[in-house]
Design a protein around this ligand. Structure first.
Ligand SMILES: C[S@@+](CC[C@H](N)C(=O)[O-])C[C@H]1O[C@@H](n2cnc3c(N)ncnc32)[C@H](O)[C@@H]1O
Length: 388
């Protein structure tokens, strides 16, 4: 496909998304009907679509309209590319710009320029204060790719060398020991031998930092209560089982989400036991709760535009409920760790404040709000100690 044809495909996918089709489904629908598209074409169309989704409001302002075509014109203008050079009408490229389209477009302002819905713009400013502008700006950019070196399989230098041998360049990231930022060859990771042999896992560096900050000691019994795909359970297992052992259990209200976990654990050489009804007591219970995902919107930008105040309310209720249930699973004197990939205070510091008011005797040992400026996704973590 020519660069112009890729833009035309992206415009069509964006129109489907605007009509309500989820982004992944819209992309899949296009790619099923596009047998002529190679893997590079598919990646390029996907990149265009996600670049616009991150900048949904500002590209519409600069492109002078709400259609996929207009937003792509706005995106190209933001990238300093003259749209007329690609919108040529030749072959499968989009039609040339009309006089009206050439004249349309204006500089975005305020929340529109920060590419946030107005109500979230306000919440983010209340949550992060002076850091909100930079966080919003970061959410308009593509996310870096990070790997966690699985120390059950090898050390950082071994992993870096193995990856380099397969054309994947990395550098250590200071936010978490054992974290590698991929600087070249990211698209090769899933097919690499280093990945297949469990030497590295894909995991955001802030997620890694949350697990690295947990006071894990040999012999501990820990539970990942909202395990999902098990990324954090595997990271905890790597820390515990690399020393003198310890038990890691994984639970999720929707066990299907853990379906890949046995294969992932096998690949990583880790022991993680899936449990349907955890009874406890555990020395440490990690609750990586469902959340707005606001810290990860550069990876899943659709979430910015689909979140509603009602859904956020519902989520904060679910989060409080999970914390309350988890208190019963923590041994006296043990630790309850709370994590979200959110930057909104209602899901984070305010949630912890409300927890402490509901559970007298529990103490807050540490909490941290990560922002994209730290290198990884926006993330929050808190460690709560049960009275002995
Ligand atoms: C943020 S995701 C977890 C991601 C995972 N920890 C990781 O590192 O890959 C939140 C998970 O919580 C699960 N969940 C939702 N409500 C729950 C509940 N009441 N109890 C336990 N898990 C729940 C969801 O099914 C989802 O898999």
């Amino acid at each position: 496909m020519t660069p112009g044809a890729r833009l035309q495909a992206a415009a069509e996918v964006l129109d489907r998304i605007a009509a309500g089709t989820p982004a992944e489904q819209a992309l899949l629908g296009w790619s099923r009907g596009a047998r002529y598209a190679g893997s590079k074409d598919r990646a390029a169309v996907r990149d265009h679509v996600f670049d616009v989704l991150r900048r949904w409001r500002s590209t519409a302002a600069q492109g002078g309209g709400e259609s996929g075509r207009a937003r792509l014109i706005g995106l190209l203008r933001q990238q300093g590319v003259v749209p007329e050079s690609l919108f040529t009408g030749e072959g499968h490229a989009p039609a040339a710009l009309s006089d009206d389209e050439q004249a349309a477009g204006r500089a975005p302002e305020g929340a529109e320029a920060r590419d946030l819905p107005d109500w979230i713009d306000t919440l983010l400013a209340e949550s992060l204060g002076d850091a909100a502008g930079a966080a919003a700006e970061a959410l308009r950019e593509r996310a870096p790719v990070f790997l966690r070196v699985n120390t059950l399989r090898g050390d950082l230098a071994t992993a870096q060398a193995a990856l380099a041998g397969e054309g994947i360049e990395t550098r250590p990231h200071p936010l978490a020991a054992g974290a590698l930022e991929v600087t070249a060859g990211a698209r090769r990771i899933a097919q690499s031998q280093a990945f297949a042999e469990g030497l590295v896992e894909l995991q955001d560096v802030a997620s890694q930092a949350v697990v690295a900050a947990l006071p894990l000691v040999p012999g501990m019994r820990v539970l990942d209560y909202c395990a999902g795909g098990g990324g954090k359970a595997l990271a905890m297992a790597a820390r515990l089982q690399g020393s003198k052992g310890g038990e890691v259990a994984a639970h999720d209200a929707d066990p299907r989400r853990m379906s890949d976990l046995p294969a992932r654990a096998k690949r990583a050489g880790a022991r993680v036991q899936a449990v349907a009804k955890p009874k406890g007591p555990y020395d440490l219970v990690l609750c990586d709760v469902p959340c707005s995902g606001s810290g990860a919107w550069r990876r899943s930008p659709e979430g910015k535009w689909r979140l509603t105040p009602e859904r956020l309310d519902e989520l904060t209720g679910v989060q409080a409920g999970i914390l309350d249930i988890a208190t019963r699973l923590v041994t006296p004197g043990g630790l309850l760790a709370y994590a979200t990939c959110s930057m909104l205070a209602v899901e984070n510091a305010a949630q912890i404040e409300a927890f402490l008011a509901r559970h007298p005797g529990w103490t807050l040992e540490q909490q941290r709000q990560f922002v994209p400026g730290d290198g990884g996704d926006g993330f929050f973590s808190a460690q709560l100690r049960r009275p002995a």
